[in-house]
Design a protein around this ligand. Sequence first.
Ligand code: BTN
Length: 325
Amino acid sequence: MKFLNDNLVRICSILSDLNFHDGESIGAKLNVTRSSVWKSIKKLKEYGVDIISVKNKGYCLHDSLLLIDKEKIIKDIANPNLNIDMFESIDSTNNYLKQSISSAKRRIAISECQINGRGRMGRTWHSPFGKNIYLSYSYLFDKDISQLHGLSLVVGIAVISAIKEIGIESDLLKLKWPNDGVYMGQKFMGNLVELISENHGYTKAIIGIGINVNMNDDSIEINQEWTSLRKITNKNIDRTNLCISLIHNLNYCLEQFEKYGLNYFNNQWLELDGLKGLNISLNNNQINGTAHGIDQLGNLLVKLDNNMVKSFSSGEVTFSKNVFF
Ligand code: BTN
């Protein structure tokens, strides 16, 4: 686990004009030696960043890379009670918040990469350096664990609102019950909510969010259809702005959920439900039917072939990709 070194942020920012900069001039800007610049460049290369080094010319980035700027986030959020830990590398931001002992109402961990990013059902979450958002939010609910049904749906709503707020307005950004963000059937976001019962009826929710932001390389092997915000928009997205928008939206949605429950979000879910009316299969074709929205607890309603509507509290949904074209 390594906290993010400010020199890496500043070097990437200097190189992001995609011109050559020599070690000496970078060092002068950062007030460090040439050899310290060299060490930072070496580290960035080890993280997989494509930096070209040419003798007598210096260093040049192949593709613009702005690292997440913690100071900008803190300034914008302006909440001295919200602690944000920012890492260049960590095993998993969810594990970090789960293991740290704290009675704070809210805590956030963000990392530029994860060695052991975790997805649902024991899967791995692909977490390369500097490309995406890996953010975990620990929120202490004044509620028993049994009152938190539907939390992952609310988190999905917060993520889509955050993405729209930074100007990506597409109506094709949808949620796939229970925790995926999809665009034309391809996944760009997943959330992993882990609940821990605390004393006196409180529950700590560790909400882990992975958003594919600038990941663009088709050679990446992920065993499900995926996309990223960059692929969708053809633009390099400012991850700091997206983090800020995400934190604001999570703050708002989690507070409303704590006060009013899932009901408060009914209309938003109706609007974003990407499964509505689709022929779906649940758990490897064990159940087949038509998706029929959710019930009050956030369970998926499925109209079965015999016309009965049944609810499901968990599971893995599949559908034919062709329905999106
Ligand atoms: C899924 O769709 O399977 C859930 C993916 C959740 C990934 C995020 S990335 C930040 C946080 N840390 C983790 O190890 N996992 C979550």
